[in-house]
Design a protein around this ligand. Structure first.
Ligand code: AFP
Length: 343
């Protein structure tokens, strides 16, 4: 009975299959799971306690910080720093790399996270999520940590996942051996395996994009949208449009039903000339998951997991989902790039 496997059992089983595993990853994951439960509890009670609204601060992204955002960030930093297996963390909410203090035991892992993604949906009881991406440091553990330890390509991730605070709380992750989903059973306080080995349909039927910004897209991105809405596409009918505005929720729906999520470059907004989503804490983890589930993720032309990050809060255009749908985007972008070269 797959429903009785807890996430801890699953990780321990995975650990046994990795030669030389030391149990460090399992410790890290246990802290992540506990943090997810604590954040999930706060999200569930959000309307009842004084945790809705803004803190009054502005974060590194220039956005107003929500109280729940700040709470989730604090919980993750506090718990993960004490896992004893991390040397550094990076959060969407913090400008710089957070090194684990020397007073605490350290290890070789590095975690990057978005503590509460979709914060504009917090106050209206719409799904939000926590996203994480885990690496191992490359430099000598005895020497000082280097920024290149955190700025690794997505293909170097050892694990990635998200927690979706929705009609139920779900943890979905990959350690590079497929994608598995666990649902929190609140009566026993455990995440139980509910979605083993998730595969995204090769052909989607949903597109998710903030279409309100279409006029600020370039020609070929408009062409992409026209394709998904056209009765002449692969489906021979327009795709359904679905957009929640929380990446975790939009991604999760498309992962299970099949479809494409898009956040293209926005030519109007000087803050988003290369899109809105962050490479390290949003695009990389989702790209690792989608590829492990059989899908694809690109920035228009290139595989996201091959992009060399140049700074912590780098943003990229993002297209991710069912293989056939992402390929269509790539073909349209490639043909535009050829056209530009031939001019
Ligand atoms: P917020 O956390 O500021 O709500 O941003 C959420 C997000 O990063 C991602 O979860 C959404 O997919 C995307 O931004 C929505 O952005 P738009 O509101 O511009 O469509």
């Amino acid at each position: 009975m797959s429903q009785q496997v807890t996430v801890t059992e699953h990780i321990l089983l995975h650990q046994k299959m990795v030669p030389g595993a030391t149990g460090q990853f399992t410790r890290l994951f246990n802290e992540l799971v506990l943090s997810a439960k604590i954040i999930g509890r706060a999200v569930n009670k959000a309307g009842l306690v004084d945790i809705l609204g803004f803190t009054g601060d502005i974060n590194v992204q220039g956005e107003e910080v929500k109280k729940l955002d700040e709470y989730a960030n604090r919980i993750l930093i506090h718990r993960l720093a004490r896992s004893g297996v991390l040397c550094a963390m990076a959060s969407e909410e913090n400008a710089d790399i957070i090194e684990v203090p020397e007073s605490l035991p350290r290890g070789e892992y590095i975690i990057v996270f978005d503590p509460l993604d979709g914060s504009s949906n917090i106050d209206v009881n719409v799904n939000i999520g926590t996203i994480f991406s885990i690496f191992k440091r490359k430099s000598d553990p005895a020497a000082a940590l280097m920024s290149s330890d955190v700025l690794q390509k997505g293909s170097e991730q050892v694990a990635a996942g998200y927690v979706l605070y929705g009609s139920s709380t779900m943890l979905v992750f990959t350690c590079g051996d497929g994608v598995h989903g666990f649902t929190l059973d609140p009566s026993v306080g455990e995440f139980l395996l509910s979605h083993p080995n998730i595969r995204i349909p090769e052909q989607g039927k949903i597109y998710s994009v903030n279409e309100g910004y279409e006029r600020y897209w370039d020609r070929h991105t408009k062409q992409v949208l026209a394709y998904f809405k056209s009765p002449q596409n692969a489906l021979r009918k327009p795709y359904s449009g679905r957009y929640i505005g929380s990446l975790v929720a939009d991604f999760h729906r498309n992962l299970l039903y099949g479809g494409i999520f898009m956040y293209p470059a926005d030519l109007r907004d000087p803050k988003k000339p290369t899109g809105k989503l962050r490479l390290l804490c949003e695009c990389n983890p989702m790209s690792f998951i989608v590829e492990q589930a059989g899908g694809l993720a690109i920035d228009g032309l290139n595989r996201v997991l091959d992009i060399e990050p140049d700074h912590l809060h780098q943003r990229i255009p993002f297209f991710c989902g069912s293989r056939n749908d992402v390929r269509v985007v790539q073909e349209i972008y490639e043909s535009e790039s050829r056209r530009k070269k031939n001019r």
